[in-house]
Write a protein that binds this ligand. Structure first.
Ligand SMILES: [Zn+2]
Ligand SMILES: [Zn+2]
Length: 264
């Protein structure tokens, strides 16, 4: 049996008005906080509340103190296949194969303070730190020695779930800086990650190489195009090699690897 509709509560209108008032007050409070935060930021007061400190030694003042900045070391150039020394990072003729990288440029050695900077950027995005890195990239002489004008930079993609979790792709953010430096376009669409992988840092070398196979795919025909695959750190090279193979399978002409740092 249908129950009889209860008569409208005489306080319903008053209740709605009170709720509207509560919402209005809430928005005013939030608006005030946003404005306050904006002015604090504008006036540089944030530095007083959260002072910048050096990522390597903790000294207050900037994200990278002058002493640690001087410790940044250029990486050695080596062949990405046999890992032995190679002029300009070009893959030795004898080491080249159909899908291999044609060369590799690592900008800095993966030691203090680059190690700390990369770690910091990975887990806590700090814009000022990216600006610091950009200054160092601009000075990197190795980028003068190779003609990359015909290349497009493809950052190593993260899987969409990991990208959402962190909110941004570090390789893409750093890749933008490098592409600006080389005056070449960046393309984050062609190279896609198609397989979920465990975080590489915890895996032994053999497992990394096995896991990286077939994790990328190029989603369009890129016949005759030259690419630079960019990643933050070169460790075993497994990721970049897999990216190179994926691009070459879809017709890429030349593929170079470029890493901010090398732990080789
Ligand atoms: Zn320092
Ligand atoms: Zn070689």
């Amino acid at each position: 049996m249908k129950s009889r509709a209860s008569p409208p509560c005489p306080f319903a209108a008053l209740k709605a008005a009170t709720e509207a008032q509560v919402v209005k007050t809430h928005f005013l409070k939030v608006g005030f906080c946003v404005l306050l935060w904006y002015f604090i930021g504008k006036m540089g007061l944030l530095d007083l509340i959260f002072p910048k400190s050096c990522v390597a030694c903790g000294k207050i003042g900037s994200y990278l103190c002058e002493q640690d900045r001087k410790k940044i070391k250029a990486a050695a150039t080596f062949c990405p296949v046999c890992l032995k020394g190679a002029v300009g990072g070009t893959t030795h003729e004898r080491c080249k194969s159909k899908l291999s990288l044609d060369g590799l440029v690592c900008l800095f050695s993966y030691t203090t303070p680059i190690k700390e900077i990369i770690h910091e950027l990975k887990y806590r995005f700090v814009k000022d730190l990216l600006i610091t890195v950009e200054k160092e990239i601009k000075k990197a002489e190795i980028l003068e020695t190779i003609d990359f004008r015909s290349f497009t930079l493809a950052p190593i993609p993260l899987s969409s779930s990991r990208k959402n979790w962190r909110g941004f792709n570090q390789a893409e953010a750093l890749g933008n800086v490098v592409a600006r430096r080389l005056k070449i376009p960046i393309d984050s669409e062609t190279l896609k990650k198609i397989k979920e992988t465990k975080p590489q840092a915890k895996l032994p070398r053999k497992e990394r190489l096995r896991q990286a196979r077939g994790i990328f795919r190029a989603i369009s025909d890129i016949s005759g195009c030259d690419f630079i695959v960019f990643d933050d750190v070169w460790t075993t090279g497994a990721t970049m090699k897999a990216a190179s193979a994926a691009l070459k399978r879809r017709g890429a002409e030349k593929v170079w690897g470029l890493a901010l740092a090398s732990s080789h």
